[in-house]
Design a protein around this ligand. Structure first.
Ligand SMILES: Cc1ncc(COP(=O)(O)O)c(C=O)c1O
Length: 387
């Protein structure tokens, strides 16, 4: 991509990143031990308000670990949304378990009404465990994904999950910093409401460690188990005895140094993202047929991505039109239940996901987007609409 392209979402590394990374190099602590890892875990847990956190290689390994910690194993089933990035679903396959694909609602997250309907009509309870009538297999977990930084309908989802005794994993990889401002979960951050939450610090996220992730929970047994599994399930550090198969999923000190520096700036990033979102809103307000989709109004979102309703008939043309004018945009991921590895998986009443998947593109939202760049994006959208 040439340097004058306005990218969709790129890192902003203007804080203490270089200083902290330099420290790891000067100390020669660059691997999976070092003070930045524990500092980053403590600060992140403090920011979102959980009892603790476990730093991992990326969001995908965090989600895999979360499923393992909850005991998801061969022939179990896990409820997942279809409108998400595939990394929210692949870890179910890593466990030899089976996903059941659900629709989304206007939060872009799991549709709680359909979730309830599915569990009421298609499942049965036996000895405190819910089973899928069609397969006879146990449903062990629900993966809720907070798409584009927008909070899913957690009050309803948690109530349903509690009634059916199912654990909830929050894929909050895109939603670090989003929290409820009203209702029963007022003050609760995305990722801290379910049994386990997972964040990603991939390069396009609200803050980045190049690649990295974090598992959070309020249960110390969960955190301990996650730490154990992500460090090769090592029982002791001298004789290296192992009772289980573990993983090399631990974050490095270099990644954590970046993470600590980025976390110091997260509220500033969210502030900038909100300002830019509001500028887009104002400048695109009078255009017919296109509009930015709103965030959940019971929350302070992190404004990670800016989904623009462009219309199914215009989507491909718009992506090409913008790209030819050096503005990078991106459609929503192809729905996961339609992708080759998952075409035979069970689905339940998927409707809305098609609508959002076909009609939206995301527009440039980096925290270092300049006013001129923002105006150029607005111009390109305006020209397209006027065509
Ligand atoms: C919804 C969702 N889930 C999972 C992931 C996986 O995170 P990572 O890339 O850090 O493995 C991402 C981001 O990449 C994501 O957007």
């Amino acid at each position: 991509m040439s340097s004058d392209i306005i990218p969709l979402s790129v890192p902003n590394l203007q804080g203490n990143e270089l200083k902290y990374v330099q420290e790891t190099i000067q100390q020669e602590w660059v691997s999976t031990a070092g003070t930045f890892i524990s500092d980053f875990e403590r600060e992140l847990a403090g920011y979102v308000g959980t009892q603790g956190a476990v730093a991992v290689q990326n969001g995908t390994s965090g989600l895999h670990t979360a499923l393992e910690v909850l005991g998801v194993e061969k022939n179990d089933e896990v409820i997942v949304p279809t409108m998400t990035f595939i990394a929210a679903v692949n870890p179910v396959s890593y466990c030899d378990a089976h996903p059941i694909f659900m629709d989304c609602d206007d939060t872009f997250g799991l549709d709680a009404v359909k979730l309830q309907r599915f569990l009421d009509n298609e499942c049965y309870m036996e000895s405190g465990q819910v089973y899928n009538m069609r397969t006879g297999r146990p449903i062990k977990a629900i993966v809720v994904v907070h798409i584009f930084g927008n909070m899913s309908n957690m009050p309803s989802i948690m109530e349903i999950a509690d009634n059916y005794n199912i654990s909830v994993i929050e894929d909050a990889t895109e939603a670090l910093g989003t929290y409820y401002t009203s209702g029963g979960f007022k003050g609760a951050f995305a990722g801290t409401i379910g049994t386990i939450g997972v964040y990603s610090f991939n390069g396009n996220k609200i803050m980045t460690t190049g690649g990295g992730g974090m598992i959070v929970s309020d249960q110390s047994s969960i955190l301990e188990r996650a730490r154990y599994l992500t460090t090769q399930a090592k029982n002791d550090g001298l004789y290296y005895t192992h009772d289980e198969v573990g993983y090399n999923y631990r974050m490095t000190n270099v990644q954590a140094a970046l993470g600590l520096a980025q976390l110091e700036q997260i509220e500033k990033f969210i502030h900038t993202k909100r300002e830019n979102f509001n500028k887009y809103l104002e400048k695109l307000n009078n255009l017919p047929d296109v509009h930015l989709l709103p965030f959940n109004d019971q929350t302070r979102p992190n404004y990670w991505f800016y989904p623009l309703w462009i219309g199914e008939e215009n989507r491909e043309d718009f992506i090409e039109f913008a790209n030819n004018r050096s503005v990078q945009t991106r459609p929503v991921w192809s729905l996961i239940h339609e992708q080759k590895p998952y075409q035979k998986a069970q689905t339940y009443q998927i409707e809305q996901a098609f609508k959002y998947q076909r009609n939206i593109v995301n527009i440039p939202c980096s925290t270092n987007l300049t006013s001129d760049q923002l105006d150029k994006v607005v111009d390109v959208i305006t020209q397209f609409v006027a065509k």
